[in-house]
Design a binder for this molecule. Structure first.
Ligand code: CO
Length: 435
């Protein structure tokens, strides 16, 4: 198995929720000597320093400041969340006096059928009373705990003819026998080392327990949960840590809540990125005008996975701008600017990839297919700069078990390392020098 894929599959199993994914990223940053900054305190930032900031513990921004002042920022942004089901505040329900099931609601737009008949677990965070303080603890039951059973085909003859699932009826997971009532609070408490009565709030989600797998005639593919978008988050973190900043500030940004529109305090549609970067500039003594100049000369890569042609439905993809697994980094285009890519950002990023020997593919949707959206244009509304939308071509996006190409993770790590190492110098509006 390729080393990078092996490491990524390990990262996925350590990251069952967005909170865990951000913790996994912080662990990587801690291991490389990055210092944690707190948003509620003044930023003490010095040239040569390496820092990261979390917001809500589900989004993280890391940056490394070169010695001798900064010219601009080079940012790779991705997202920490994936479609799943969230437990409601009162979640345990006894059914027929025999079963205990959990009341959950959808988080994001998953392919519902993929969540049936597989062992699931529960992870997220709890807020715990500890003396006079409220503290946040990660929670992961870490075992096969619940399952959403299908109806037998004998009672649901249309299941293979386009059955419409009702999230309040069909998708509630079975947790135990009726006599297990109360087990959820007890098990969540145990998972975070607290007493059940001290848990005063939680954000808990279902996750797929199936481990990652490398497969195919020549081990071409791998499958695991949450490839969208932890593959880009992981690749950008690896690249960020491998790069050596030269005169600009490299930034790793991983936002929560992309799957529900980014409109939260920690999402891409918040002040998080602008707050962190302007405070870093201010701590270095840059005035408002110097900060605006640095932002204007900055460049963002919005990295969120892309669609590989489905082998059974090649007709769904554009004839000329279609992408395949193991074909390299995908640059995404959309005339209506759901993707930020334009001639300038595409040219700059393509040149960087080509110089690094990384293959690049171009993606556009068929003109009669709506397609998805991502966080690049949302982040741009808060902090505007040249931005390119990229990703890796994958199958079954938003399935509980997604598939990608084994060669591509290295393609992305190499492309983003080259991006972070490149010096993108702005000479005039529309004129750039790549060093
Ligand atoms: Co995504």
């Amino acid at each position: 198995m390729k080393k990078s894929v092996q490491n990524f599959i390990r990262f996925i199993s350590a990251s069952p929720s967005a909170f865990h994914a951000v913790q996994s990223l912080c662990d990587m940053l801690d291991a490389k000597g990055f210092a944690r900054l707190d948003e509620h305190k003044p930023f003490a930032v010095v040239p040569g320093g390496k820092y990261y900031v979390t917001r809500n513990r589900s989004s993280v921004i890391a940056f490394a400041i070169p010695e001798g002042g900064l010219s601009h920022f080079q940012i790779a942004a991705s997202h920490s969340d994936s479609p799943t089901f969230k437990l409601k505040p009162f979640s345990e329900e006894v059914v027929c006096s025999k079963y205990l099931r959990l009341n959950v609601e959808r988080y994001g737009g998953m392919i519902m059928s993929t969540w049936f008949d597989r062992p699931l677990s529960i992870a997220g965070r709890a807020v715990v009373r500890e003396g006079g303080r409220l503290v946040t603890r990660l929670v992961d039951l870490g075992r096969d705990a619940v399952l959403i059973p299908n109806m037998p085909i004998h009672f649901n003859r249309e299941v293979n003819d386009g059955y419409k699932y009702n999230a309040q009826v069909d998708l509630l997971p079975l947790f135990g026998g009726a006599d297990a009532k109360g087990a959820l609070a007890a098990q969540v408490a145990e998972a975070c080392g607290a007493q059940a009565q001290d848990i005063v709030g939680y954000d808990l989600f279902l996750y797929n327990r199936m481990p990652g797998s490398v497969w195919g005639a020549q081990n071409e593919f791998f499958s695991c949960p949450r490839i969208d978008d932890l593959e880009c988050a992981y690749a950008s973190a690896e690249a960020f840590l491998a790069a050596v900043p030269q005169g600009h500030v490299n930034v790793l940004a991983v936002f929560d809540n992309e799957e529900v529109g980014s409109g939260t305090k920690q999402g891409a549609d918040s002040s998080f990125l602008a707050d962190v970067l302007s405070r870093a500039c201010a701590a270095l003594g840059m005035d408002e005008s110097a900060q605006r100049a640095a932002f204007s000369a900055s460049f963002m890569v919005s990295a969120d996975n892309a669609h590989a042609v489905h082998p059974n439905h090649p007709e769904k993809y554009d004839a000329d701008n279609r992408t395949f697994m193991n074909g390299g980094v995908v640059i995404k285009h959309n005339a209506n600017q759901k993707y930020t890519t334009d001639a300038v950002s595409c040219a700059i990023f393509s040149q960087i990839c080509s110089a690094a020997g990384v293959p690049v593919q171009q993606f556009s949707n068929r003109s009669d297919v709506l397609g998805g959206s991502t966080l690049g244009n949302i982040a741009n509304a808060h902090l505007s700069m040249n931005t390119v939308d990229i990703g890796l071509a994958q199958l079954a996006m938003h399935s509980a078990y997604e598939t990608a190409g084994c060669e591509d993770l290295d393609h992305m790590i190499r492309a983003l390392t080259a991006f972070y190492n490149a010096q993108i110098e702005t000479c005039a509006d529309g004129e750039y020098l790549l060093g």
